[in-house]
Design a protein around this ligand. Sequence first.
Ligand SMILES: [Zn+2]
Length: 123
Amino acid sequence: MPTIGVYQDFKFLSGHDAVIIHRLHIGHTQLTHSYLLSGTDQPECSACHCPLTVKHILIECPALTSSHNEHFTASSMKDLFDNVLAQNIIDLIKECHFLSHYIILLLRYHLHRSQGNHSKAAV
Ligand SMILES: [Zn+2]
């Protein structure tokens, strides 16, 4: 496990918060683009109707720009996970209540897709 960026203060998070951060990281690094291969509809951001991804929520969504600026500045997901403390990301998620709903939806979606892709790849 890396000792920089989000994982720097990982051990100080509650179990629940640590799980969120870990899943965001895994979800982004491994699964963000899996829907492109599957051809299934991608969940949509209800604020701006862009495809809902971890990156969209944490960096791109124009509806969240002011919240982003309050908690961290990151130009890419690599920048975010390398340089932003996990607590700042958790603070953002907690401040925007609807985000927890998005993230749960998104994680479920990624989990479902990854299982699907995995079994296809194994054949
Ligand atoms: Zn959006």
